[in-house]
Design a protein around this ligand. Structure first.
Ligand SMILES: *Cc1c(COP(=O)(O)O)cnc(C)c1O
Length: 375
Protein backbone atom coordinates (compact mmCIF):
# COMPACT_ATOMS: atom_id res chain seq x y z
CA UNK A 1 0.00 0.00 0.00
CA UNK A 2 1.32 3.37 -1.07
CA UNK A 3 1.34 6.17 1.50
CA UNK A 4 -0.38 8.93 -0.52
CA UNK A 5 1.14 12.40 -0.67
CA UNK A 6 -2.27 13.78 0.32
CA UNK A 7 -5.62 12.39 1.39
CA UNK A 8 -8.47 14.73 2.39
CA UNK A 9 -10.45 14.21 5.58
CA UNK A 10 -14.19 14.90 5.26
CA UNK A 11 -15.43 13.66 8.60
CA UNK A 12 -17.30 16.71 9.92
CA UNK A 13 -20.58 18.21 8.74
CA UNK A 14 -19.78 17.84 5.02
CA UNK A 15 -22.43 15.14 4.34
CA UNK A 16 -25.03 16.87 6.47
CA UNK A 17 -24.62 20.22 4.71
CA UNK A 18 -24.59 18.58 1.29
CA UNK A 19 -27.82 16.77 2.15
CA UNK A 20 -29.25 20.14 3.16
CA UNK A 21 -28.43 21.52 -0.32
CA UNK A 22 -30.22 18.61 -1.95
CA UNK A 23 -33.27 18.68 0.29
CA UNK A 24 -33.73 22.45 -0.04
CA UNK A 25 -32.94 22.50 -3.76
CA UNK A 26 -30.21 25.13 -3.30
CA UNK A 27 -27.44 23.77 -5.50
CA UNK A 28 -26.34 26.77 -7.60
CA UNK A 29 -24.18 29.72 -6.60
CA UNK A 30 -27.27 31.47 -5.25
CA UNK A 31 -27.44 29.17 -2.22
CA UNK A 32 -26.74 30.31 1.36
CA UNK A 33 -23.52 28.34 1.96
CA UNK A 34 -21.66 30.49 -0.58
CA UNK A 35 -22.23 33.59 1.51
CA UNK A 36 -21.36 31.73 4.71
CA UNK A 37 -18.06 30.54 3.24
CA UNK A 38 -17.27 34.05 2.00
CA UNK A 39 -17.89 35.53 5.42
CA UNK A 40 -15.99 32.75 7.19
CA UNK A 41 -12.90 33.18 5.02
CA UNK A 42 -12.98 36.96 5.29
CA UNK A 43 -12.96 36.59 9.07
CA UNK A 44 -10.15 34.03 9.10
CA UNK A 45 -7.93 36.12 6.83
CA UNK A 46 -8.67 39.53 8.26
CA UNK A 47 -10.40 41.14 5.28
CA UNK A 48 -13.88 42.62 4.97
CA UNK A 49 -15.27 40.98 1.84
CA UNK A 50 -15.11 37.51 0.31
CA UNK A 51 -15.97 36.53 -3.25
CA UNK A 52 -16.08 32.77 -3.83
CA UNK A 53 -14.92 31.48 -7.20
CA UNK A 54 -14.45 28.09 -8.82
CA UNK A 55 -10.73 27.64 -8.06
CA UNK A 56 -7.58 29.41 -6.90
CA UNK A 57 -6.30 30.02 -10.43
CA UNK A 58 -9.53 31.80 -11.34
CA UNK A 59 -9.19 33.85 -8.14
CA UNK A 60 -5.85 35.21 -9.40
CA UNK A 61 -7.39 36.18 -12.75
CA UNK A 62 -10.20 38.01 -11.00
CA UNK A 63 -7.69 39.77 -8.71
CA UNK A 64 -5.68 41.16 -11.63
CA UNK A 65 -8.76 42.21 -13.58
CA UNK A 66 -10.24 43.86 -10.49
CA UNK A 67 -7.05 45.92 -10.11
CA UNK A 68 -7.23 46.80 -13.83
CA UNK A 69 -3.81 45.34 -14.56
CA UNK A 70 -3.32 44.92 -18.30
CA UNK A 71 -1.12 45.51 -21.33
CA UNK A 72 2.05 47.48 -20.62
CA UNK A 73 1.95 46.75 -16.89
CA UNK A 74 4.58 44.72 -15.10
CA UNK A 75 3.76 42.46 -12.17
CA UNK A 76 6.48 41.06 -9.93
CA UNK A 77 6.10 37.49 -8.72
CA UNK A 78 8.36 34.82 -7.24
CA UNK A 79 10.16 32.60 -9.75
CA UNK A 80 9.40 29.70 -7.42
CA UNK A 81 5.62 29.30 -7.60
CA UNK A 82 2.78 27.56 -9.41
CA UNK A 83 2.03 28.37 -13.06
CA UNK A 84 -1.37 29.84 -12.10
CA UNK A 85 0.40 33.01 -10.94
CA UNK A 86 2.31 33.68 -14.15
CA UNK A 87 -0.59 32.47 -16.31
CA UNK A 88 -2.94 35.01 -14.75
CA UNK A 89 -0.46 37.84 -15.36
CA UNK A 90 0.19 36.81 -18.97
CA UNK A 91 -3.51 36.31 -19.72
CA UNK A 92 -4.20 39.79 -18.34
CA UNK A 93 -1.82 41.03 -21.05
CA UNK A 94 0.76 42.15 -18.48
CA UNK A 95 4.43 41.24 -18.16
CA UNK A 96 5.57 38.82 -15.43
CA UNK A 97 8.85 39.79 -13.74
CA UNK A 98 10.39 37.18 -11.44
CA UNK A 99 12.46 37.48 -8.29
CA UNK A 100 14.47 34.72 -6.68
CA UNK A 101 13.73 32.94 -3.39
CA UNK A 102 15.23 33.17 0.04
CA UNK A 103 17.23 29.93 0.40
CA UNK A 104 15.92 29.23 3.91
CA UNK A 105 12.20 30.00 3.60
CA UNK A 106 11.95 29.29 -0.18
CA UNK A 107 9.78 32.41 -0.45
CA UNK A 108 10.19 35.53 -2.53
CA UNK A 109 13.22 37.40 -1.15
CA UNK A 110 12.12 41.00 -0.42
CA UNK A 111 15.70 42.30 -0.78
CA UNK A 112 15.52 41.35 -4.47
CA UNK A 113 12.45 43.48 -5.21
CA UNK A 114 14.16 46.86 -5.48
CA UNK A 115 16.28 46.17 -8.57
CA UNK A 116 13.35 44.87 -10.66
CA UNK A 117 10.92 47.74 -10.00
CA UNK A 118 10.45 49.99 -13.04
CA UNK A 119 8.06 52.85 -13.85
CA UNK A 120 5.77 50.20 -15.40
CA UNK A 121 5.55 48.04 -12.28
CA UNK A 122 1.95 47.99 -11.05
CA UNK A 123 1.82 45.21 -8.49
CA UNK A 124 3.69 42.63 -6.47
CA UNK A 125 2.10 39.20 -6.41
CA UNK A 126 3.37 37.62 -3.21
CA UNK A 127 2.91 33.88 -2.79
CA UNK A 128 3.28 32.16 0.56
CA UNK A 129 5.06 28.93 -0.27
CA UNK A 130 4.62 25.59 1.54
CA UNK A 131 4.84 26.36 5.26
CA UNK A 132 6.41 29.73 5.95
CA UNK A 133 4.99 33.05 4.77
CA UNK A 134 6.77 35.76 2.86
CA UNK A 135 8.41 38.33 5.14
CA UNK A 136 5.68 40.92 4.64
CA UNK A 137 6.98 43.99 6.53
CA UNK A 138 9.59 44.90 3.89
CA UNK A 139 7.22 44.00 1.04
CA UNK A 140 4.51 46.29 2.41
CA UNK A 141 7.09 49.08 2.83
CA UNK A 142 8.36 48.72 -0.75
CA UNK A 143 4.81 48.60 -2.13
CA UNK A 144 3.95 51.76 -0.20
CA UNK A 145 7.12 53.58 -1.31
CA UNK A 146 6.49 52.83 -4.98
CA UNK A 147 2.68 52.97 -5.01
CA UNK A 148 2.33 49.30 -5.94
CA UNK A 149 -0.66 47.05 -5.32
CA UNK A 150 -0.21 43.79 -3.44
CA UNK A 151 -1.87 40.62 -4.65
CA UNK A 152 -1.45 38.04 -1.91
CA UNK A 153 -1.74 34.42 -3.03
CA UNK A 154 -2.44 32.72 0.29
CA UNK A 155 -3.67 29.41 -1.13
CA UNK A 156 -1.19 27.34 0.86
CA UNK A 157 -1.40 29.05 4.22
CA UNK A 158 -5.03 29.48 5.24
CA UNK A 159 -4.95 30.33 8.95
CA UNK A 160 -1.24 31.24 9.08
CA UNK A 161 -0.16 34.21 11.23
CA UNK A 162 2.54 36.83 10.57
CA UNK A 163 4.30 38.52 13.46
CA UNK A 164 5.09 42.05 12.35
CA UNK A 165 8.23 43.83 13.59
CA UNK A 166 5.86 46.39 15.11
CA UNK A 167 4.65 43.60 17.39
CA UNK A 168 1.31 43.33 15.65
CA UNK A 169 0.06 39.87 14.68
CA UNK A 170 -1.64 39.75 11.32
CA UNK A 171 -3.39 36.96 9.48
CA UNK A 172 -1.91 35.77 6.21
CA UNK A 173 -4.30 36.98 3.54
CA UNK A 174 -4.80 40.32 5.30
CA UNK A 175 -1.96 42.11 3.45
CA UNK A 176 -3.26 42.06 -0.10
CA UNK A 177 -5.21 44.84 -1.74
CA UNK A 178 -6.66 41.65 -3.08
CA UNK A 179 -5.84 38.23 -1.59
CA UNK A 180 -6.57 34.86 -3.13
CA UNK A 181 -7.13 31.33 -1.86
CA UNK A 182 -7.64 27.83 -3.22
CA UNK A 183 -9.82 25.06 -1.82
CA UNK A 184 -8.25 22.18 -3.76
CA UNK A 185 -8.28 18.93 -1.71
CA UNK A 186 -4.71 19.38 -0.49
CA UNK A 187 -5.40 22.86 0.94
CA UNK A 188 -6.31 23.53 4.59
CA UNK A 189 -9.95 24.04 3.59
CA UNK A 190 -11.27 22.08 0.63
CA UNK A 191 -14.42 22.29 -1.45
CA UNK A 192 -13.19 19.72 -4.00
CA UNK A 193 -12.50 22.53 -6.44
CA UNK A 194 -12.88 26.12 -5.31
CA UNK A 195 -11.27 29.43 -4.56
CA UNK A 196 -11.79 32.79 -2.91
CA UNK A 197 -10.92 36.41 -3.50
CA UNK A 198 -10.74 38.66 -0.44
CA UNK A 199 -10.45 42.41 -0.15
CA UNK A 200 -11.35 45.12 2.32
CA UNK A 201 -12.16 47.63 -0.42
CA UNK A 202 -15.89 47.76 -1.08
CA UNK A 203 -15.50 48.95 -4.66
CA UNK A 204 -12.96 46.22 -5.46
CA UNK A 205 -15.22 43.61 -3.86
CA UNK A 206 -18.11 44.73 -6.04
CA UNK A 207 -15.84 44.54 -9.10
CA UNK A 208 -14.74 41.02 -8.17
CA UNK A 209 -18.38 39.95 -7.80
CA UNK A 210 -19.19 41.35 -11.22
CA UNK A 211 -16.11 39.79 -12.86
CA UNK A 212 -16.94 36.38 -11.43
CA UNK A 213 -20.46 36.61 -12.78
CA UNK A 214 -20.03 37.62 -16.45
CA UNK A 215 -20.30 41.34 -15.60
CA UNK A 216 -24.03 41.30 -16.08
CA UNK A 217 -25.41 44.78 -16.65
CA UNK A 218 -26.85 46.78 -13.77
CA UNK A 219 -29.52 48.55 -15.76
CA UNK A 220 -30.22 45.85 -18.23
CA UNK A 221 -28.96 42.39 -17.29
CA UNK A 222 -27.89 41.24 -20.75
CA UNK A 223 -26.15 44.46 -21.75
CA UNK A 224 -22.46 44.32 -20.77
CA UNK A 225 -19.95 47.14 -20.27
CA UNK A 226 -17.10 44.74 -19.60
CA UNK A 227 -16.18 41.08 -20.11
CA UNK A 228 -16.22 38.86 -17.06
CA UNK A 229 -16.17 35.13 -16.54
CA UNK A 230 -18.49 32.55 -15.14
CA UNK A 231 -16.20 31.64 -12.25
CA UNK A 232 -19.05 31.10 -9.76
CA UNK A 233 -18.85 28.54 -6.95
CA UNK A 234 -21.85 26.28 -6.38
CA UNK A 235 -23.69 25.99 -3.08
CA UNK A 236 -22.70 22.28 -3.06
CA UNK A 237 -19.02 23.17 -3.04
CA UNK A 238 -19.51 25.92 -0.47
CA UNK A 239 -21.42 23.50 1.79
CA UNK A 240 -18.32 21.29 1.97
CA UNK A 241 -16.20 24.37 2.58
CA UNK A 242 -18.33 25.62 5.47
CA UNK A 243 -17.98 22.21 7.16
CA UNK A 244 -14.23 22.34 6.55
CA UNK A 245 -13.94 25.81 8.08
CA UNK A 246 -15.52 24.47 11.27
CA UNK A 247 -12.50 22.21 11.77
CA UNK A 248 -9.80 24.56 10.45
CA UNK A 249 -8.12 24.88 13.85
CA UNK A 250 -7.89 21.11 14.11
CA UNK A 251 -6.53 20.85 10.58
CA UNK A 252 -3.77 23.35 11.32
CA UNK A 253 -2.89 21.61 14.60
CA UNK A 254 -2.57 18.34 12.68
CA UNK A 255 -0.37 19.96 10.01
CA UNK A 256 1.96 21.23 12.71
CA UNK A 257 1.95 17.84 14.42
CA UNK A 258 2.95 16.17 11.14
CA UNK A 259 5.74 18.73 10.80
CA UNK A 260 6.93 17.91 14.32
CA UNK A 261 6.87 14.16 13.56
CA UNK A 262 9.05 14.60 10.47
CA UNK A 263 11.41 16.92 12.34
CA UNK A 264 11.79 14.22 14.97
CA UNK A 265 12.21 11.29 12.57
CA UNK A 266 14.55 13.12 10.17
CA UNK A 267 16.69 14.80 12.79
CA UNK A 268 20.38 14.41 12.08
CA UNK A 269 20.01 13.28 8.46
CA UNK A 270 22.95 15.30 7.19
CA UNK A 271 22.19 14.83 3.49
CA UNK A 272 18.99 16.90 3.52
CA UNK A 273 17.93 20.42 4.42
CA UNK A 274 14.76 20.29 6.52
CA UNK A 275 12.26 23.15 6.51
CA UNK A 276 12.92 25.85 9.10
CA UNK A 277 10.45 25.33 11.93
CA UNK A 278 10.25 29.08 12.55
CA UNK A 279 11.60 32.44 11.49
CA UNK A 280 11.62 35.72 13.41
CA UNK A 281 8.14 36.44 12.03
CA UNK A 282 6.26 33.14 11.76
CA UNK A 283 5.93 29.52 12.80
CA UNK A 284 5.93 26.93 10.04
CA UNK A 285 2.40 25.72 9.32
CA UNK A 286 3.70 22.75 7.23
CA UNK A 287 1.07 22.90 4.51
CA UNK A 288 3.45 20.35 2.99
CA UNK A 289 6.69 18.99 4.44
CA UNK A 290 9.38 19.75 1.88
CA UNK A 291 12.99 18.62 1.98
CA UNK A 292 15.96 19.64 -0.15
CA UNK A 293 18.86 17.35 -1.06
CA UNK A 294 22.18 18.93 -0.16
CA UNK A 295 24.68 19.51 -2.96
CA UNK A 296 26.93 16.66 -1.75
CA UNK A 297 24.16 14.11 -2.54
CA UNK A 298 25.11 12.52 -5.89
CA UNK A 299 21.53 12.25 -7.19
CA UNK A 300 18.69 14.73 -7.67
CA UNK A 301 15.11 14.97 -6.38
CA UNK A 302 13.73 13.04 -9.33
CA UNK A 303 15.82 9.97 -8.53
CA UNK A 304 15.02 10.27 -4.82
CA UNK A 305 11.29 10.41 -5.59
CA UNK A 306 11.53 7.39 -7.91
CA UNK A 307 13.28 5.38 -5.22
CA UNK A 308 10.75 6.48 -2.59
CA UNK A 309 7.89 5.46 -4.90
CA UNK A 310 9.54 2.03 -5.06
CA UNK A 311 9.39 1.96 -1.27
CA UNK A 312 5.67 2.87 -1.31
CA UNK A 313 6.09 6.53 -0.40
CA UNK A 314 4.13 9.12 -2.40
CA UNK A 315 5.96 12.40 -3.01
CA UNK A 316 5.64 15.51 -5.20
CA UNK A 317 8.40 17.52 -6.81
CA UNK A 318 8.89 21.17 -5.88
CA UNK A 319 7.68 23.88 -8.27
CA UNK A 320 9.59 24.43 -11.49
CA UNK A 321 10.62 28.10 -11.79
CA UNK A 322 8.57 30.42 -13.97
CA UNK A 323 11.60 31.66 -15.94
CA UNK A 324 12.32 28.06 -16.96
CA UNK A 325 8.80 27.33 -18.25
CA UNK A 326 8.94 26.48 -21.95
CA UNK A 327 5.56 28.06 -22.62
CA UNK A 328 6.67 31.37 -21.12
CA UNK A 329 10.20 31.59 -22.51
CA UNK A 330 8.80 30.81 -25.97
CA UNK A 331 6.61 33.89 -25.55
CA UNK A 332 9.78 35.91 -25.03
CA UNK A 333 9.56 36.45 -21.27
CA UNK A 334 12.51 36.25 -18.88
CA UNK A 335 15.36 36.72 -21.37
CA UNK A 336 18.70 36.41 -19.52
CA UNK A 337 16.97 35.93 -16.18
CA UNK A 338 18.58 33.62 -13.66
CA UNK A 339 17.31 32.74 -10.20
CA UNK A 340 19.85 30.30 -8.80
CA UNK A 341 17.99 29.60 -5.55
CA UNK A 342 14.72 28.72 -7.30
CA UNK A 343 16.61 26.68 -9.91
CA UNK A 344 18.30 24.66 -7.19
CA UNK A 345 15.08 24.14 -5.20
CA UNK A 346 13.36 22.82 -8.33
CA UNK A 347 16.08 20.22 -8.88
CA UNK A 348 16.88 19.24 -5.29
CA UNK A 349 13.54 19.60 -3.48
CA UNK A 350 10.42 17.50 -3.07
CA UNK A 351 7.79 16.94 -0.44
CA UNK A 352 6.74 13.98 1.64
CA UNK A 353 3.24 12.69 2.45
CA UNK A 354 1.66 15.65 4.28
CA UNK A 355 -2.12 15.19 4.21
CA UNK A 356 -4.01 15.40 7.49
CA UNK A 357 -5.00 11.73 7.31
CA UNK A 358 -1.32 10.84 7.85
CA UNK A 359 -0.51 8.77 10.94
CA UNK A 360 2.63 8.93 13.07
CA UNK A 361 3.54 5.44 11.84
CA UNK A 362 3.28 6.58 8.21
CA UNK A 363 5.47 9.61 8.91
CA UNK A 364 8.01 7.30 10.53
CA UNK A 365 7.86 4.88 7.61
CA UNK A 366 8.34 7.74 5.12
CA UNK A 367 11.27 9.09 7.12
CA UNK A 368 12.90 5.65 7.34
CA UNK A 369 12.64 5.41 3.56
CA UNK A 370 14.28 8.84 3.22
CA UNK A 371 17.15 7.73 5.48
CA UNK A 372 17.56 4.59 3.36
CA UNK A 373 18.23 6.75 0.28
CA UNK A 374 21.67 7.53 1.68
CA UNK A 375 22.70 4.06 2.86
C1 LIG B 1 -3.14 25.50 -5.22
C2 LIG B 1 -2.56 26.81 -5.57
C3 LIG B 1 -3.13 27.64 -6.55
C4 LIG B 1 -4.17 27.17 -7.51
O1 LIG B 1 -5.33 26.80 -6.98
P1 LIG B 1 -6.36 25.89 -7.82
O2 LIG B 1 -7.56 25.89 -6.96
O3 LIG B 1 -5.73 24.54 -7.97
O4 LIG B 1 -6.57 26.56 -9.13
C5 LIG B 1 -2.62 28.90 -6.72
N1 LIG B 1 -1.59 29.33 -6.01
C6 LIG B 1 -0.98 28.55 -5.10
C7 LIG B 1 0.17 29.09 -4.34
C8 LIG B 1 -1.43 27.25 -4.87
O5 LIG B 1 -0.80 26.48 -3.99
Amino acid sequence: MMIPVNEPVLSGNESKYLAECISTGWISSEGPFVRRLEEGMATVAGQRFGVAVMNGSAALEVALAALRIGPGDEVILPAFTIISCAAAIVRAGAIPVVVDSDPLTWNLDPTKLGPVITPRTKAIMVVHIYGLPVDMDPVVQIARDHGLKIIEDSAEQIGQVYQSRSGKRRMIGSFGDVSTFSFYPNKHVTTGEGGMVLTSDEVLAERCRALRNLCFGRERRFVHEELGWNFRMSNLQAAVGVAQMEVLDRTIKKKRLIGAWYNEFLEGVKEVELPESRTSYAENIYWVYGIVLKDQVPFDAEEAMNRLAGAGIGTRPFFWPMHEQPVLTRMGFFRDVSCPVAERLARRGFYLPSGIALTREQAEQSSTAVRALFK
